[in-house]
Design a protein around this ligand. Structure first.
Ligand code: MG
Length: 253
Protein backbone atom coordinates (compact mmCIF):
# COMPACT_ATOMS: atom_id res chain seq x y z
CA UNK A 1 0.00 0.00 0.00
CA UNK A 2 2.81 2.34 0.99
CA UNK A 3 4.49 1.57 -2.31
CA UNK A 4 1.28 2.38 -4.16
CA UNK A 5 0.93 5.71 -2.39
CA UNK A 6 4.55 6.54 -3.20
CA UNK A 7 3.97 5.68 -6.83
CA UNK A 8 0.83 7.80 -6.96
CA UNK A 9 2.60 10.79 -5.39
CA UNK A 10 5.33 10.44 -7.97
CA UNK A 11 2.79 10.38 -10.78
CA UNK A 12 1.04 13.44 -9.34
CA UNK A 13 4.29 15.35 -8.97
CA UNK A 14 5.29 14.43 -12.51
CA UNK A 15 1.93 15.48 -13.91
CA UNK A 16 1.98 18.77 -12.02
CA UNK A 17 5.50 19.46 -13.24
CA UNK A 18 4.40 18.72 -16.80
CA UNK A 19 1.34 20.89 -16.56
CA UNK A 20 3.24 23.95 -15.47
CA UNK A 21 4.14 26.35 -18.26
CA UNK A 22 7.90 26.74 -18.55
CA UNK A 23 10.12 29.53 -19.77
CA UNK A 24 12.49 29.53 -22.73
CA UNK A 25 14.73 32.57 -22.99
CA UNK A 26 14.60 33.78 -26.61
CA UNK A 27 18.20 34.12 -27.89
CA UNK A 28 19.24 33.66 -24.27
CA UNK A 29 18.39 35.95 -21.38
CA UNK A 30 19.81 38.94 -23.23
CA UNK A 31 17.72 41.59 -21.47
CA UNK A 32 20.28 41.87 -18.72
CA UNK A 33 22.97 44.46 -18.26
CA UNK A 34 25.71 44.34 -20.91
CA UNK A 35 24.37 41.25 -22.62
CA UNK A 36 23.36 40.71 -26.24
CA UNK A 37 21.17 38.38 -28.30
CA UNK A 38 22.75 34.95 -28.86
CA UNK A 39 25.81 35.81 -26.75
CA UNK A 40 27.55 33.44 -24.38
CA UNK A 41 26.61 35.75 -21.50
CA UNK A 42 22.93 35.53 -22.53
CA UNK A 43 23.11 31.75 -22.22
CA UNK A 44 24.82 32.03 -18.86
CA UNK A 45 22.16 34.49 -17.62
CA UNK A 46 19.41 32.07 -18.70
CA UNK A 47 21.18 29.31 -16.77
CA UNK A 48 21.58 31.53 -13.69
CA UNK A 49 17.92 32.51 -13.96
CA UNK A 50 16.91 28.86 -14.04
CA UNK A 51 15.00 28.97 -17.32
CA UNK A 52 13.76 25.66 -18.67
CA UNK A 53 15.58 26.46 -21.88
CA UNK A 54 17.73 28.98 -23.66
CA UNK A 55 17.05 29.37 -27.35
CA UNK A 56 19.78 30.17 -29.88
CA UNK A 57 20.11 30.42 -33.65
CA UNK A 58 22.69 28.47 -35.62
CA UNK A 59 24.05 29.38 -39.05
CA UNK A 60 26.90 27.93 -41.09
CA UNK A 61 29.62 30.27 -42.40
CA UNK A 62 30.94 29.98 -45.98
CA UNK A 63 33.89 27.93 -44.70
CA UNK A 64 31.73 25.51 -42.74
CA UNK A 65 31.94 26.86 -39.18
CA UNK A 66 28.74 26.72 -37.13
CA UNK A 67 28.11 30.02 -35.39
CA UNK A 68 25.44 31.20 -33.00
CA UNK A 69 23.81 34.23 -34.60
CA UNK A 70 20.37 35.06 -35.82
CA UNK A 71 21.42 36.26 -39.26
CA UNK A 72 20.99 36.73 -42.10
CA UNK A 73 23.59 39.47 -41.44
CA UNK A 74 26.32 39.88 -38.85
CA UNK A 75 27.50 43.46 -39.17
CA UNK A 76 27.58 44.12 -42.92
CA UNK A 77 28.20 40.50 -43.80
CA UNK A 78 25.78 37.78 -44.86
CA UNK A 79 26.73 35.01 -42.43
CA UNK A 80 26.20 32.05 -44.74
CA UNK A 81 28.30 33.69 -47.50
CA UNK A 82 31.18 34.93 -45.33
CA UNK A 83 34.17 33.13 -43.85
CA UNK A 84 34.43 32.67 -40.12
CA UNK A 85 37.43 34.90 -39.45
CA UNK A 86 35.85 37.89 -41.19
CA UNK A 87 32.71 37.43 -39.09
CA UNK A 88 34.66 36.85 -35.90
CA UNK A 89 36.36 40.25 -36.34
CA UNK A 90 32.96 41.92 -35.94
CA UNK A 91 31.98 42.04 -32.29
CA UNK A 92 28.48 41.75 -30.88
CA UNK A 93 26.74 44.94 -29.72
CA UNK A 94 28.07 44.53 -26.18
CA UNK A 95 31.65 43.87 -27.29
CA UNK A 96 31.49 40.06 -26.90
CA UNK A 97 32.83 37.78 -29.59
CA UNK A 98 30.51 36.09 -32.07
CA UNK A 99 30.23 32.63 -30.47
CA UNK A 100 30.76 29.38 -32.30
CA UNK A 101 28.35 26.53 -31.65
CA UNK A 102 31.24 24.73 -30.00
CA UNK A 103 31.74 27.55 -27.48
CA UNK A 104 28.01 27.65 -26.87
CA UNK A 105 27.89 23.92 -26.17
CA UNK A 106 30.82 24.24 -23.77
CA UNK A 107 28.81 26.83 -21.83
CA UNK A 108 25.74 24.55 -21.96
CA UNK A 109 27.69 21.76 -20.23
CA UNK A 110 28.26 24.05 -17.23
CA UNK A 111 24.59 23.88 -16.23
CA UNK A 112 22.44 21.31 -17.97
CA UNK A 113 19.39 22.15 -15.85
CA UNK A 114 18.73 24.71 -18.58
CA UNK A 115 18.25 23.02 -21.92
CA UNK A 116 19.71 24.44 -25.08
CA UNK A 117 17.03 24.99 -27.70
CA UNK A 118 18.87 25.10 -31.01
CA UNK A 119 17.10 26.77 -33.90
CA UNK A 120 18.67 25.66 -37.14
CA UNK A 121 18.29 28.35 -39.76
CA UNK A 122 17.29 27.72 -43.37
CA UNK A 123 20.28 27.26 -45.68
CA UNK A 124 20.38 27.59 -49.45
CA UNK A 125 20.26 23.91 -50.49
CA UNK A 126 18.80 20.73 -48.97
CA UNK A 127 22.32 19.21 -49.16
CA UNK A 128 23.77 22.05 -47.13
CA UNK A 129 20.97 21.74 -44.58
CA UNK A 130 21.66 17.99 -44.27
CA UNK A 131 25.35 18.77 -43.64
CA UNK A 132 24.54 21.47 -41.09
CA UNK A 133 22.26 19.04 -39.24
CA UNK A 134 24.95 16.34 -39.36
CA UNK A 135 27.61 18.66 -37.93
CA UNK A 136 25.33 20.04 -35.21
CA UNK A 137 24.39 16.52 -34.09
CA UNK A 138 28.07 15.56 -34.08
CA UNK A 139 29.00 18.57 -31.93
CA UNK A 140 26.17 17.91 -29.47
CA UNK A 141 27.28 14.30 -29.19
CA UNK A 142 30.89 15.35 -28.61
CA UNK A 143 29.77 17.26 -25.51
CA UNK A 144 27.41 14.44 -24.45
CA UNK A 145 24.49 16.87 -24.50
CA UNK A 146 22.05 14.70 -26.48
CA UNK A 147 19.50 14.77 -23.66
CA UNK A 148 20.03 18.46 -22.93
CA UNK A 149 19.41 19.84 -26.41
CA UNK A 150 16.14 20.27 -28.28
CA UNK A 151 15.80 21.40 -31.87
CA UNK A 152 13.53 23.79 -33.70
CA UNK A 153 13.38 24.84 -37.35
CA UNK A 154 11.15 26.68 -39.81
CA UNK A 155 12.01 24.40 -42.68
CA UNK A 156 10.50 20.94 -42.91
CA UNK A 157 13.64 19.62 -44.59
CA UNK A 158 15.68 20.54 -41.51
CA UNK A 159 13.20 18.88 -39.15
CA UNK A 160 13.12 15.78 -41.37
CA UNK A 161 16.93 15.60 -41.48
CA UNK A 162 17.06 15.87 -37.68
CA UNK A 163 14.72 12.91 -37.34
CA UNK A 164 16.55 10.95 -40.01
CA UNK A 165 20.05 11.56 -38.66
CA UNK A 166 19.41 12.14 -34.96
CA UNK A 167 19.36 9.70 -32.07
CA UNK A 168 16.19 7.98 -30.90
CA UNK A 169 14.14 10.26 -28.67
CA UNK A 170 15.40 13.47 -30.31
CA UNK A 171 13.07 16.44 -29.77
CA UNK A 172 12.16 18.36 -32.89
CA UNK A 173 9.56 21.10 -33.01
CA UNK A 174 8.36 22.83 -36.16
CA UNK A 175 8.22 26.63 -36.22
CA UNK A 176 6.45 27.70 -39.36
CA UNK A 177 2.86 27.66 -38.10
CA UNK A 178 1.26 26.26 -41.26
CA UNK A 179 0.85 22.58 -40.33
CA UNK A 180 -1.80 21.06 -38.08
CA UNK A 181 -0.78 19.08 -35.00
CA UNK A 182 -2.00 15.92 -36.70
CA UNK A 183 0.22 16.56 -39.70
CA UNK A 184 3.26 17.33 -37.53
CA UNK A 185 2.65 14.16 -35.58
CA UNK A 186 2.43 12.14 -38.79
CA UNK A 187 5.79 13.55 -39.86
CA UNK A 188 7.31 12.42 -36.56
CA UNK A 189 7.85 15.88 -35.09
CA UNK A 190 7.65 15.95 -31.31
CA UNK A 191 6.15 19.39 -30.94
CA UNK A 192 4.95 22.61 -32.49
CA UNK A 193 6.61 25.94 -31.78
CA UNK A 194 4.29 28.53 -33.26
CA UNK A 195 3.90 32.29 -33.25
CA UNK A 196 1.47 33.68 -30.67
CA UNK A 197 -0.73 35.10 -33.46
CA UNK A 198 -1.07 31.65 -35.05
CA UNK A 199 -1.90 30.02 -31.71
CA UNK A 200 -4.56 32.62 -30.90
CA UNK A 201 -6.25 31.72 -34.20
CA UNK A 202 -6.04 28.01 -33.31
CA UNK A 203 -6.37 27.67 -29.54
CA UNK A 204 -7.73 24.14 -30.09
CA UNK A 205 -4.27 23.09 -31.29
CA UNK A 206 -2.97 23.02 -27.69
CA UNK A 207 -5.30 20.19 -26.71
CA UNK A 208 -4.88 18.46 -30.07
CA UNK A 209 -1.11 18.47 -29.53
CA UNK A 210 -1.37 17.18 -25.98
CA UNK A 211 -3.72 14.39 -27.06
CA UNK A 212 -1.15 13.37 -29.68
CA UNK A 213 1.73 13.62 -27.21
CA UNK A 214 3.21 16.72 -28.84
CA UNK A 215 4.59 19.68 -26.90
CA UNK A 216 3.41 23.23 -27.48
CA UNK A 217 5.89 26.09 -27.49
CA UNK A 218 4.83 29.65 -28.41
CA UNK A 219 7.04 32.55 -29.63
CA UNK A 220 7.93 35.34 -29.12
CA UNK A 221 5.69 36.16 -26.20
CA UNK A 222 6.64 39.57 -24.79
CA UNK A 223 3.27 41.10 -23.84
CA UNK A 224 1.91 40.30 -20.37
CA UNK A 225 -1.58 39.60 -21.78
CA UNK A 226 -0.12 37.08 -24.23
CA UNK A 227 1.85 35.38 -21.44
CA UNK A 228 -1.43 35.06 -19.52
CA UNK A 229 -3.13 33.66 -22.61
CA UNK A 230 -0.44 30.98 -22.91
CA UNK A 231 -0.62 30.03 -19.23
CA UNK A 232 -4.45 29.93 -19.33
CA UNK A 233 -4.33 27.67 -22.40
CA UNK A 234 -1.83 25.22 -20.83
CA UNK A 235 0.93 25.92 -23.31
CA UNK A 236 4.06 23.97 -22.32
CA UNK A 237 6.70 26.54 -23.17
CA UNK A 238 6.70 30.30 -23.56
CA UNK A 239 9.61 31.62 -25.59
CA UNK A 240 10.20 35.19 -24.50
CA UNK A 241 12.61 38.10 -24.41
CA UNK A 242 11.33 38.82 -20.91
CA UNK A 243 11.77 35.77 -18.66
CA UNK A 244 11.26 37.77 -15.46
CA UNK A 245 7.80 39.04 -16.41
CA UNK A 246 6.87 35.56 -17.68
CA UNK A 247 7.91 34.07 -14.33
CA UNK A 248 5.67 36.59 -12.54
CA UNK A 249 2.71 35.70 -14.72
CA UNK A 250 3.24 31.96 -14.16
CA UNK A 251 3.61 32.46 -10.39
CA UNK A 252 0.38 34.49 -10.26
CA UNK A 253 -1.69 31.94 -12.11
MG1 MG B 1 15.41 31.85 -33.11
Amino acid sequence: MKKLICLWSLILITCTAMAQTQIIAHRGFHATQNSAHNSLSALQHAQDFGAYGSECDVNETSDGVLVVAHGAYHGDYIIQKTDFQTLRNVKLKNGEILPTLDEYLQQATKNTATKLIIEIKDHNTPQREARVVKNILKAVKKYKLQKDVEYIAFRQNVCDELLKQGPKGIKVAYLNGNLTPEYCHALGYTGIDYNIGVMKKHPEWVKECHDLGLTVNVWTVNKTEDMKWCVDHNVDYITTDNPEETARVIANK
